[in-house]
Each structure stands twice: as structure tokens, then as C-alpha cells.
Design a protein around this ligand. Sequence first.
Ligand SMILES: [Zn+2]
Length: 416
Amino acid sequence: MRAVETLQSFFEGSGLEGVVVEPHPGRASLIVRIEGTDPSAPSLALVGHTDVVPVEAAGWERDPFAGEIVDGWLWGRGAIDMLDLTASYAVVMRALATGGAGGAAGAFRPRGDLIFAAVADEEAGSGLGVDWLTKNRLDLIDADCVLTESGGAPTGAKPSISVMIGEKGLAGRVLRVTGRPGHGSAPYGARNAAVIAAEAVTRIAAFRAPTVISPLWRQFVDALAADGVTHGRLVDPLHFFEGLPGVGALAGYAHASTHTTISPNILQAGEKENVIPGSGRIVLDIRILPDVRPADVEGYLREALGDLMEDIVIEGDQFGESTVSPTDTPLYGALQNAVRRVYPGGELLPMLGVGGSDGRFYRRRGVPAYGFGLLSERWDYGTFRQLFHGNNERIDLESLELTVSALDHVVREFHG
Ligand SMILES: [Zn+2]
């Protein structure tokens, strides 16, 4: 709600009012619309979340919530995820409505509707944000095309500008571990659920799901301009892991882009120091590649756990498919043109996001959604990923200017 009020006061005097929804006290979203002149023209939504993830303040060199600007950098949680974009959308909307910035000739009337949705809850699964809006107020946020997080980092020499055209899917599971309770003073031969769970976690961590070299991944490796040996390994399922040390900070992304990943993130067993636990619980964060089915997930877990399955039951049926948008759309063309104005010869680099974004709620309904922004030459995709949810999150002011200018261009080209 604080973010909504901040945006409302920013829009004051611009004629933009918007609608506020608050499905849960304090968890509000603001949706602002500029109506198009042609009801049959396609509409465009700029969807930015207003929430951020927590910080571990001890790891920061500056106050993560002060929004300090130091030597041309704006510091703070959310600087690149994704308050930079949400704020840029707001700036573009206001400029279009009032004729400020690029619109010296007066207010801009788009051909189709232009929607700005500043939404809650993305970092918490979107249940009180875009998921709720999709189920209850689709009329407010629906559009024919969508821009959202993330993207915009120059990569490679040409350069290539990352644009998220899709994201992996979710298929989290819980493992219930059964042992036999007993007295902690005589552990020999016990069936300790904590010991079984620890072994299960170790096996899952060591498990390798199949390496999938997709056309999107090949394109990313080409753009990296790595040395020939590393390049060859990164597109070869048999030697992929040998190529990972060659990509430095991008190793985690490289692995997640080419594999369904299973991360054991919560492990619980035991309540009292002198009782051998009879039960345990392991929560798995599972992110699936396109075309992976629930039966595949079950198969991976059975293969990883082997004979431990005698003491383990797999629970849960979460299944959100991976979603990918086509790139042969007018909006994608407008993104490409916006990039070339800043980076002559620059190409868009379509990528599969390995985390989640609000884009999936649109893609599932067949609406193309791209993660787009435009960062300065100070950035590369590895640095971007390190700061995303990391310590010392920040953005240079030049990148904010580039992003606002690119978005302004995109809207004018798409809706002009
Ligand atoms: Zn985000």
C-alpha cells in the first residue's frame, strides 16, 4: 500500500488516476490505464511488481532501504528487481500523459490501450498480485502483449541484450521420511529419520537430471563469445559439466538453463535431543524445463533416492508448466529497434528465465510477455545475476535513463 500511495502521489496532476485493489489489508496493487484511440488496436500492459525480497543487512556496504545515490549509482533492495522497471514504467506513463519528456508535442494518445500495473506479491508467488488479478479482475490487467521483468543486460562483444521470453516451470515436492522412534542413548541399528533424510538430501544434491541443449541455450552460448573449447563443451550434453568452470559467475545460470533442478531447501526431523526421530520432512524446490511432465519429476526423484524410497513417500502435486512466448511479434520488433538506437548492431538475446515472474500468468493464457529493460555497458549478465536478490543491489543512473528512453520508444512505436 505504501508503494501504491507513492505512485499515486507521483501521478498527481497528470490526469492519471487508476484503480486500487487490496485483496488483503496492506497488499495493494494500482492499475492505471491510458485508453487507446482505436478499440480494435492491440493493447500493451507494463507489469511491474512493487514488493522486494528481504535483506541480510550485515552483508551490505550501504543501507539497503535508504535509496542513496553515490557516484552515479542508486543503492537499495529492489534496484534491479524490479523497482527500476516499475519506476520507469511510471515515468513513461506520466510523460506520455502530460507530454513531458519525449512528448514535447503534447499528450500522447496510444492507438490501443496502454496499461500500467504496479502489483503486489510477486516475490511471494503472486497469490495476492497478478494471480489474484487474473482470477478476479482480469478486466483491469488483461492485454494483448506484456512487458515485465527482467532483462536488458548487455552480453558478449556485439553486444546482445538479454530479453526474457519465457521461464522455467515449478513442480515442488515434499518428501516424508519414516523411521522408527527410539531412545537416543542407544543409536546402534536405529532407523533414525534424520539420518535417512540426510542421506536423501545428499543423493538429491548429487543427482543429475538430463542435460538439454535447446536452441535458446545455443544462442546464449554463441553470444557469450567464450573460448572455443568452453563453447564446444557448453553445447555438448556429454561434456557440459566440464564447460561450467569456463563461464565463472554464470555457472549456476548455465546449469539451471539446461537442467531440471531439484534443490532441497528445508530439512526437518526430531524434536527432542534424547529421542531418535521417527519422521522427517524435506521440502524440494523443483524447477522444470519445457516439456517436463509430472511423471518425469517422479522418475527423477525415484532415480535419485534409489533404495531410500522404502522409507520415503513423495507428496505434493504442484505443476506449473514452463512458459515461452514467440518472438515473431510486433512488440518484439519494437524492442529490437529500441535496443539498436543505443547499441548500433546490437541484437536481442532471447532467454529462458530460470526463476519465476508475473509473465507466466499471461503466457499461460497465450499472451506474449517479455522481460525487458536496457542497461548500460557497465553491465554483463553475470554481474546482473549476482546482484539480483544479492547483497549491495544497485543500479547506475545511466541505465535508468536508458531504460526509460527505451520503454518510451517501444510504447510510441507499438502504439503510434
Ligand atoms: Zn522481480
